[in-house]
Design a protein around this ligand. Structure first.
Ligand code: SF4
Length: 446
């Protein structure tokens, strides 16, 4: 018997956090990943778990009864055809190609479609749309930044290899700034691992990010400020803010790093904080170069926004009911749509169940819903049983396609493993084909 062939993949991109490290070396043998180099611990666990079908009985099911793939897809297409207000949600654990298929399906069935970015859009999208954003690639951070400000975030915990890969050597450790690398400033909790490696820490009080950004903006603009008022508002002395403002004003290339959830940017009420940070970078740009880098969550969320934008004109929360796209980041959220009875069928596909869906889980039982998901049912958090369940190939290891890094740089994902399950894009395309056959357009075209 021929021994299973061993194969080594070089410079593989990782889709398990927004960093998208693309320097992983992966060894595959006998249909399993047996070794991996350069990955952080969390990525190592995800890759080595590989593609292990754990609960065959519920891979494809209708109302809990195991069925074949064709049957599950046909029934899903029937539900989509019959629904008056279908809603497609998720799209983060999917390739760009599969996300395109999801938008195409939403367009065909005349439904709403959204990603978890719908929750963050007020924080991340609004500044971009209202005032513009000064942004850069991770490569620019590495090659050019001489001052890096970690703004209420802890990438050492959330994006473990970000600092090592993109913050220049010499920036790690107190007093390491200067001719080599960047001077690193941490604004936020002094107890984080990122803060312990910073050159300067400003322990701004939680919830005072807006005021803090305002103080730095005022100092950069040359305004006088009262010492006690600044301390009362931010928990940090005016002298320390002056040092930070001076560093940003006189640097060659400053970068402010945020994280969408750590910084509270995911909260509607904090949208002004995000706008203030972006505005601060724009103010600094009047004197020197400064950018904001926002570290995103796991999966492929940036790609979803790109796909939405190039296919509908909007980055998230799109309503296609009228036959043309309408944008409503709060208005067309899944939670509100179910609560107002504006959704009578929900399709959750490629969702990152760790974030964003907690508040929706309780409502899912009130409407029929279809789960298209690459993980075993038992590995997901508790939720009402779906009407139809279709398991798909594991994202990141068995789904060739395109992955977008948090800075918007597209990277290829190889097919490291053959999967017994279909890709999410194929499932959506199969549904679309059936819906098209059942509801031909006026010209008779499918
Ligand atoms: S830091 Fe993120 S992208 Fe890099 S290996 Fe770890 S999980 Fe993957």
């Amino acid at each position: 018997m021929t021994p299973p062939q061993r194969q080594r993949w070089l410079d593989v991109a990782c889709g398990f956090c927004g960093c998208a490290c693309d320097d992983l070396n992966v060894d595959v043998e006998g249909g399993r990943i047996i070794g991996i180099e350069n990955a952080c611990e969390s990525a190592r666990g995800s890759f080595l778990a590989g593609e292990v079908p754990a609960d065959k009985a519920t891979d494809f099911s209708i109302v809990g009864e195991p069925v074949g793939y064709e049957q599950a897809v046909s029934r899903a297409a029937d539900l989509l055809t019959e629904a008056e207000a279908p809603f497609i949600y998720g799209l983060t654990r999917m390739t760009s190609e599969a996300q395109c298929a999801a938008v195409e399906l939403a367009d065909r069935i005349g439904g709403r479609i959204d990603t978890p970015a719908g929750l963050f859009c007020p924080a991340l999208g609004t500044p971009l749309q209202q005032s513009g954003v000064s942004s850069c690639t991770f490569g620019e951070v590495r090659q050019r930044a001489d001052v890096i400000v970690f703004w209420q975030c802890d990438p050492e915990r959330t994006h473990p290899r970000f600092r090592k890969r993109y913050c220049p050597d010499g920036s790690v450790g107190p007093g390491a700034g200067g001719s080599r690398g960047a001077f690193v400033i941490c604004v936020g909790d002094p107890g984080t691992k990122t803060a312990t490696k910073a050159d300067q820490v400003l322990p701004v009080s939680r919830g005072r990010e807006y005021e803090a950004a305002g103080v730095v903006r005022g100092l950069i603009a040359g305004h006088e400020m009262g010492e006690s008022a600044v301390f009362d508002q931010t928990g940090v002395s005016l002298a320390e803010w002056k040092l930070l403002a001076e560093r940003l004003r006189t640097c060659h290339y400053g970068v402010i790093v945020c994280e969408e959830r750590q910084a509270g940017l995911s909260d509607w009420s904090n949208r002004y904080d995000a706008a203030a940070v972006h505005q601060l970078a724009i103010d600094v740009c009047n004197r020197t170069r400064c950018s904001v880098v926002t570290l995103r969550g796991p999966g492929n969320p940036v790609s979803a926004e790109m796909v939405f934008t190039w296919q509908t004109g909007f980055p998230c929360s799109v309503d296609l009911v009228a036959g043309y796209p309408r944008y409503g980041p709060a208005e067309f959220s899944l939670e509100r749509s179910i609560a107002r009875r504006e959704a009578d069928l929900v399709v959750i596909v490629g969702e990152d169940w760790d974030h964003g869906l907690e508040s929706i889980c309780g409502r899912l039982g009130s409407v029929p819903w279809i789960l298209i998901e690459d993980r075993a049912w038992a590995d997901l958090p508790a939720r009402p049983a779906p009407t139809i369940r279709i398991r798909t190939a594991a994202f990141g290891v068995a789904t060739p396609g395109t992955l977008f890094r948090a800075d918007g740089v597209p990277l290829p994902l190889p097919r490291l493993l053959e999967s017994p399950f279909p890709d999410a894009g194929r499932v959506l395309a199969d549904m679309l084909a059936r819906v098209a056959r059942a509801t031909p357009t006026a010209g008779g075209e499918p």
